[in-house]
Write a protein that binds this ligand. Structure first.
Ligand SMILES: Nc1ncnc2c1ncn2[C@@H]1O[C@H](COP(=O)(O)OP(=O)(O)OP(=O)(O)O)[C@@H](O)[C@H]1O
Length: 291
């Protein structure tokens, strides 16, 4: 379980996190969704016991992160994009190295074998990590994060730079971790990926703008605006200036629009159901819009 209560973090005058509260339960894949600089990594670093908050409290696996940072570090698995994958070690050596940090020596071989199998890495076991493609290296980074069977897993942008097929594989593996009962906290700025999370927090400018299931967030956004698609020859700048148009951008052969609820436009509008990118734009509008 992860429990965050009114966490704030300043870096000098900069407020990187402002009064953030959230809970993540075992078996849940929880997404932190936000643009660059929203505060996602800062929150993960606080929850991993490597950075102190300026205010507020957080518990990870039942441990207060400020009072027991070392125990917290032992209870979690952590993977970042740059990851602690050593390129000049083989896949197996990488897993062994990480497993030895957490497990008793006699438990290491079994943990490594099981993880190689679970992640489909057996055939690559003797290959240098530096010789793997990006997708396989990310798979190894994830495998490393969980080789010791942690109760809480933090994944910071685990699929950045991967093609859609590799991303899907990584997401399947992430869900497998939740299915074994782990608490999984994932950061991403890919809106489409966020739909794969059980629940999400939208982070913007260090604040949680909204949280809930993807469906709940879509419904929340629909209370504030509606989304439409339109094929028209009108230039984008003119469309954006029309009364009731909150935002508009090219989409396929036409334009996708975010509209005020009551907007009445003499354009051939087709109402569409919002995706998470629309939701993000709608819900961050009052905070100054998405970056
Ligand atoms: N050690 C630090 N010293 C000063 N400012 C920092 C430090 N770490 C983070 N920040 C600032 O805090 C803000 C939040 O950064 P953070 O890395 O948490 O964002 P993020 O949502 O993870 O962004 P990204 O998607 O780019 O990784 C940014 O403005 C960043 O410049």
């Amino acid at each position: 379980m992860i429990s965050v209560t009114q966490i704030s973090r300043r870096f000098g005058p900069l407020v990187a996190l402002n009064n953030v509260s959230l809970e993540v339960r075992p078996g849940e894949v929880f997404g932190l969704l936000g643009p660059n600089g929203a505060g996602k990594t800062t929150l993960i670093r606080i929850l991993s016991g490597v950075l102190l908050p300026s205010a507020g409290q957080a518990q990870v696996a039942g441990l207060d992160v400020t009072r027991f940072p070392e125990q917290v570090k032992a209870a979690i698995g952590y993977a970042t994009q740059e990851a602690s994958v050593y390129r000049d070690l083989t896949v197996r050596e990488n897993l062994e190295f990480r497993a030895r940090l957490y497990l008793k020596a006699q438990a290491v071989p079994q943990a490594v074998e099981t993880t190689l199998q679970r992640f489909g890495l057996q055939d690559f076991a003797h290959r240098l990590a530096g010789a793997l493609s990006g997708g396989w290296r990310q798979r190894l980074a994830l495998a490393q994060a969980v080789v010791h069977g942690p109760r809480v897993v933090f994944l910071d942008e685990p699929t950045t730079g991967l093609d859609p097929v590799s991303r899907r594989i990584i997401w399947d593996l992430i869900h497998q971790e939740a299915a074994r009962g782990a608490v999984v906290l994932v950061t991403t700025h890919y809106m489409d990926e966020a739909e794969r999370c059980h629940r999400l927090a939208l982070l913007f400018g260090g604040q949680v703008v909204a949280q809930g299931t993807p469906h709940e967030l879509e419904q929340l956004a629909l209370q504030q605006a509606r989304v439409a698609y339109c094929e028209t020859d009108l230039p984008l700048q003119r469309i954006r200036a029309l009364p009731g148009v909150l935002d508009a951008w090219p989409s396929g052969r036409g334009v996708r629009l975010i509209l005020e609820q009551q907007a009445s436009l003499s354009l051939p509008l087709q109402t569409v159901y919002p995706n998470l990118e629309d939701v993000f734009i709608i819900l961050t509008r009052r905070q100054g819009g998405a970056a």
